[in-house]
Ligand binder design. Structure first.
Ligand code: AHN
Ligand code: ZN
Length: 341
């Protein structure tokens, strides 16, 4: 027995030596190839770090563990503090915009837009953003008894933040060439409920973003473009080319959908238009004058909602988050960010 174990250990050692040798040879070959190519052509292929969907998932779970992040509640304040601390601990220069906005129903909301910057000194910048607040009412739940219950918002809130935090973790380990601002917008989802009899306007949604678009976090701030993530963790999600994104920033849509195809996630990103979604990106475009797109799901065959079966229901919880969807979105964004010059 002892003898046999000794033998197998030896095979393991020899095996790992062989693997090590093969790796160093192939790495040597690759860098030699890149060096040779770079003498002729200036374009050198970049390495894009691997997005980790397990890590993104755990960032989503942590947010939901605070309870629904409904503005003017303790869970909301505590989660805001955690988000800012987390961005700082991941190496981002972080500022919190402490805001006051008035909702459609007259409620005064104290909110927090949270901004974490990588390469803050660079004039070449892009934005990746998501709302982080929870909807106060599950007013699209199939059971009417749940219509006044707040939403865990694992997908509709926490998912985009989780993907961005994982990208931030990767950026701390390997800075991209471009400057990146990670923005978590507040008070997106305090829009009119199913019982609202008054008028409905687009600007009743995205209150935190509207505030930021009028008073950005730094003087004279600008960015090439913004990518909004909203509900990027649903099961069987597909991301069609959303209407406002195509209207205001079709080049950015092309860039992101091409990236999805290149990283092998094309089936999540059909090259097809869908409808127009009132979301934070509208105000980044119209008020902020920065081209902005929305990666937002479209479920053509879903009875409950075209945003998917859990949208504004009590089932929008951690149990319904799909790591494969997070992975598809995360690796696509990583490709875009690390290829931006
Ligand atoms: C409306 O349906 C009005 N807005 C969709 C944007 C949204 C709501 N995103 C999350 N919740
Ligand atoms: Zn919502």
């Amino acid at each position: 027995m002892t003898h046999a174990r000794g033998l197998s250990d030896m095979f393991r050692i020899v095996g790992s030596l062989l693997v090590g040798l093969a790796m160093s040879v192939s790495c040597g070959n690759r860098s030699a190839g890149v060096a040779a190519a770079s003498k002729q052509a200036p374009s050198v292929s970049v390495t894009v770090p691997q997005f980790d969907a397990d890590s993104a998932f755990s960032y989503i779970r942590t947010q939901t563990e605070f309870g629904p992040r409904v503005p003017n509640t303790a869970a909301h304040r505590e989660c805001a503090g955690w988000l800012a601390d987390k961005l700082r601990s991941l190496g981002a220069e972080t500022v919190v915009q402490d805001i006051e906005v008035t909702a459609f129903d007259g409620t005064i909301i104290r909110g927090f837009n949270i901004i974490g910057s990588y390469r803050p000194e660079s004039g070449r910048r892009i934005i990746i953003c998501s709302h982080w607040d929870s909807r106060p009412w599950a007013d699209n739940d199939p059971d009417r008894a749940n219509h006044r219950t707040p939403v865990d918002a694992a997908n509709d809130g926490a998912s985009g933040v989780g993907v961005i935090l994982e990208i931030a973790r990767q950026m701390q380990m390997q800075l991209p060439e471009i400057g990146v601002d990670c923005i978590f917008f507040d008070a997106e989802d305090w829009g009119p409920g199913d019982d609202w009899k008054g008028e409905q306007r687009e600007d009743m949604w995205g209150l935190g973003t509207q505030y930021w678009a009028r008073r950005m976090h730094t003087e004279g701030y600008n960015a090439r473009y913004a990518i909004l993530l909203d509900m990027v963790g649903g099961q069987n999600a597909t991301f069609y080319r959303e209407g406002y994104s195509v209207r205001y920033a079709s080049g950015v849509v092309d860039k992101v959908w091409d990236a999805a195809a290149r990283v092998g996630s094309g089936r999540y990103f059909p090259n097809t238009g869908s409808c127009y979604v009132t979301d934070d990106h509208v105000f980044i475009n119209t008020i902020g004058k920065i081209p902005a797109i929305d990666i937002v799901p479209y479920y053509p065959d879903c009875e409950q909602s075209s945003f998917g079966p859990t949208w504004h229901t009590v089932s929008d919880d951690i149990e319904h988050i799909d790591k494969a969807t997070l992975q598809a979105v995360g690796r696509t964004l990583m490709y875009v960010i690390y290829n931006e010059k």
